[in-house]
Design a protein around this ligand. Structure first.
Ligand code: ADP
Ligand code: MG
Length: 552
C-alpha cells in the first residue's frame, strides 16, 4: 500500500485548494514542505526575511483571490511571520502562515525553537490550529483556505510539527477534503436596496467612498456602472484607488478634505471609517452626515458612526442589485449643482497650490517635481507599490490608478516594511504587467535585502527610491561628533542603486531632476530588476495640510 508523508500531503492539499504561491525561508523543520510544494506545482519563492515572505503571501492573496502561503521555521520564524498575519488581518486580506514546529514528543522539554505558536498566532487570525495527525492535513488546509477567503477575508495559521511533516500515512487512510469554491456572493434585502437609493436621492451633497473591499470583491464593473448611472461624486480610499479610474470626471480626489467635510450623505462601499477616514467624525466630517454602508461583515456596520441603511453582503452582488433597482428609477444626481461646483473649485485651488513645486527644477529636487516625471512615465497597466510617509502620501495623489487592485501600500495598519514583499508578490502574480515600486529611503531599509530575491528570480521590477536622507528628511551635512545625530537621520547620499548592482540588477543615481526621465526610461527598457535612486532635498516635504493626518 502506498504511503504519503506530511510534507507531500500538505503541498498537495494546498495545490488542490488553489494555493498557487508559497513564499518562505527554509530550515528546520519545513525544508521538506518547500520541496514538496515545488513538486506539487506550487510556485515557491525563497525570501530573505519571514516578514517579507508573509507580506508577499497576503498581497498575492488580494491580487489573485486565493490565499498565498507563507512557510516559516519554528519559533523565531513564526514570530517574524506574525508581522504579516497582523497586517493581513488589518487589511482584510487572505493568507495562510504555515509554521514549522518542534516535534510533539518534545513538547514542554525546551526543544530547539520551541514556542507556543498557535497561541501567539491566534489574536491575528480567523483560524489558527496545530495539525496533530498526518491524515488530517487536508482537513486543516481546507479550513484555513475557506476561513481566509469567506466572509471578511483574513489570515489563518497552521502549525506543522516536525514529526507531522516527516510522518507517513497510508494514502487510503487520508481524510480527503472538498475543494473550497470561490466565496459565495450574498445579496442585501431588496427593501434595504430601495432604502439606500431613497437616502441617496434625498442628498444635497452626496459622496461615495470606494474602499478596497470593492477591489477584493472584483466589483469594478458594477461600481463604474453605478457611478455613471447616478452621476454621484466619489472618493477612493488609498487602496480603493483604481476601482474607479482616478481621472474619472466624477472623482473628487483633489478635493478630498473638502468633500469629506461637507458631504451630507456618504455611501461607504467596502471601506471603514477608521483612522484613514478620520473615524467619520468632526472636524473632518459633517456632524450630521448620514451613512449608507455596504460591507460583507455585519459587525462592521455602524462602527464609529451609526449607519442609516446597512447593505450587508458581497460588494459586487449588492452594487449589481442597486444597478438593477435603478432601472426602474428616473433619478440621477444633477451635473449643475453647487456641490459639483464647490468640489471643482477646491480641486483647482489644490492643484494650483502644488504647481510651483511641480515646476521647480532646482537640484536636489522635491517630491512633486520627482512625481511629475514618474507619473508621466508610469504605464497605465502598472501595479504601483508605495511605501514611506511622504513618498507614499504624495505618491498616492500624484500617481493615478486606472484599474482595480493595482495599488499596494502600507494600508490599514500603516506598516513600514511591506514594500519589497508586495513588489515581489505583484511581479509573480502579474508577470504581464510592469511593477513600479516607489519607496522612501527609510522605507526601503526595512526590507531592502529582498532586492537579492528580485534579482535571483529575475523579476523585472522597477524600484524608485526618493531619498531625502531620513525618516521625514535628513540633514545636509553630518557633524564631526555623530553621537547625537537626530533620531530620524540616515546616511547622506546613500547609494541604494548599488545594492541593485551588487545582486545583478541595474541601478541609476539621479541628483538633478533634469536627468530623471532619462534614467526612468533606461530602467524601464532594462529587461531585469532596476532601481533609480533619486536624491531629494533633505527638507523636501508635503504641501501644507489643512489637518494633521491623525487629527482626532
Ligand atoms: P479601505 O482601507 O480601502 O477604506 P478597509 O480595509 O477599511 O478599506 O475596509 C474594507 C471593508 O471591505 C472591510 O470592512 C471588509 O469587511 C469589507 N469587505 C471585504 N470583502 C468584501 C466583499 N466581498 N464585499 C463587500 N465588502 C467587503
Ligand atoms: Mg526619507
Amino acid at each position: 500500500m502506498a504511503k504519503i508523508d506530511g510534507a507531500t500531503l500538505m503541498a498537495r492539499s494546498l495545490k488542490q485548494q488553489g494555493v498557487e504561491y508559497m513564499f518562505g525561508i527554509v530550515g528546520f523543520p519545513v525544508g521538506p514542505i518547500a520541496v514538496a510544494a515545488q513538486r506539487a506545482g506550487i510556485k515557491y519563492l525563497g525570501m530573505r526575511n519571514e516578514q517579507s515572505a508573509s507580506y508577499a503571501a497576503q498581497a498575492v492573496g488580494y491580487l489573485t483571490g486565493r490565499p498565498g502561503a507563507c512557510l516559516v521555521v519554528s519559533g523565531p520564524g513564526v514570530v517574524h511571520g506574525l508581522a504579516g498575519l497582523a497586517n493581513a488581518q488589518q487589511n482584510c486580506w487572505p493568507m495562510i502562515l504555515i509554521g514549522g514546529a518542534s516535534p510533539t514528543y518534545q513538547n514542554g522539554m525546551g526543544a530547539f525553537q520551541e514556542e507556543r505558536q498557535v497561541l501567539i498566532a491566534t489574536p491575528f487570525c480567523k483560524f489558527a490550529h496545530a495539525v496533530e495527525h498526518v491524515h488530517r492535513i487536508p482537513f486543516y488546509v481546507e479550513m484555513a483556505v475557506r476561513n481566509s477567503i469567506y466572509g471578511r477575508p483574513g489570515a489563518c495559521y497552521l502549525d506543522m510539527p516536525d514529526d507531522i511533516i516527516l510522518g507517513e500515512v497510508e494514502e487510503e487512510k487520508v481524510h480527503q477534503a472538498a475543494t473550497v469554491a470561490d466565496p459565495p456572493r450574498s445579496q442585501a434585502m431588496p427593501v434595504d436596496v430601495d432604502k439606500a437609493l431613497n437616502v441617496l436621492e434625498s442628498a444635497e451633497r452626496p459622496l461615495v467612498i470606494v474602499g478596497k473591499g470593492m477591489g477584493w470583491s472584483r466589483a469594478e464593473d458594477e461600481v463604474r456602472a453605478f457611478i455613471e448611472r447616478t452621476q454621484l461624486p466619489f472618493l477612493a480610499s488609498p487602496m480603493g484607488k483604481g476601482v474607479m479610474d482616478d481621472n474619472h470626471p466624477l472623482s473628487v480626489g483633489a478635493a478630498r478634505s473638502h468633500a469629506l467635510q461637507e458631504a451630507d450623505v456618504i455611501f461607504l462601499m467596502g471601506s471603514r471609517l477608521n483612522w484613514i477616514m478620520h473615524f467619520g467624525l468632526p472636524p473632518r466630517f459633517n456632524k450630521k452626515v448620514r451613512i449608507v454602508q455596504l460591507d460583507i461583515s455585519p459587525e462592521a456596520i455602524s462602527q464609529n458612526v451609526a449607519a442609516e441603511v446597512a447593505l450587508v453582503g458581497d460588494g459586487k452582488a449588492i452594487v449589481g442589485q442597486l444597478n438593477k433597482a435603478l432601472e426602474s428609477r428616473q433619478w440621477f444626481y444633477p451635473k449643475d449643482t453647487p456641490w459639483h461646483a464647490a468640489i471643482a473649485e477646491k480641486s483647482a485651488a489644490n492643484a494650483k497650490q502644488i504647481q510651483p513645486m511641480i515646476d521647480d527644477n532646482s537640484a536636489p529636487t522635491n517630491y512633486y517635481r520627482a512625481f511629475k516625471d514618474i507619473s508621466a512615465w508610469l504605464p497605465d497597466n502598472a501595479v504601483i507599490i508605495g511605501e514611506g510617509a511622504n513618498t507614499m502620501d504624495i505618491g498616492r495623489t500624484q500617481m493615478p490608478n486606472k484599474n482595480a487592485r493595482l495599488r499596494l501600500d502600507a494600508g490599514t495598519y500603516g506598516t513600514m516594511g511591506i514594500g519589497m514583499g508586495f513588489t515581489i508578490a505583484a511581479a509573480v502574480a502579474h508577470p504581464d504587467r510592469p511593477i513600479v515600486a516607489v519607496f522612501g529611503d527609510a522605507a526601503i531599509g526595512f526590507s531592502g535585502m529582498e532586492i537579492e530575491t528580485a534579482c535571483r528570480y529575475n523579476l523585472p521590477v522597477k524600484i524608485i527610491v526618493l531619498n531625502n536622507g531620513g525618516i521625514g528628511g535628513g540633514i545636509e551635512e553630518f557633524p564631526e561628533d555623530r553621537s547625537q545625530l537626530p533620531p530620524r537621520v540616515m546616511a547622506i547620499g546613500s547609494g541604494y542603486e548599488k545594492i541593485m548592482d551588487a545582486f545583478g540588477g541595474r541601478g541609476w543615481y539621479v541628483d538633478d531632476p533634469k536627468d530623471l526621465r532619462q534614467a526612468l526610461n533606461e530602467a524601464m527598457a532594462y529587461p531585469g530588476p532596476a532601481l533609480v535612486n533619486v536624491k531629494l532635498h533633505h527638507a523636501a516635504g508635503r504641501k501644507p495640510q489643512q489637518f494633521n493626518w491623525h487629527t482626532a
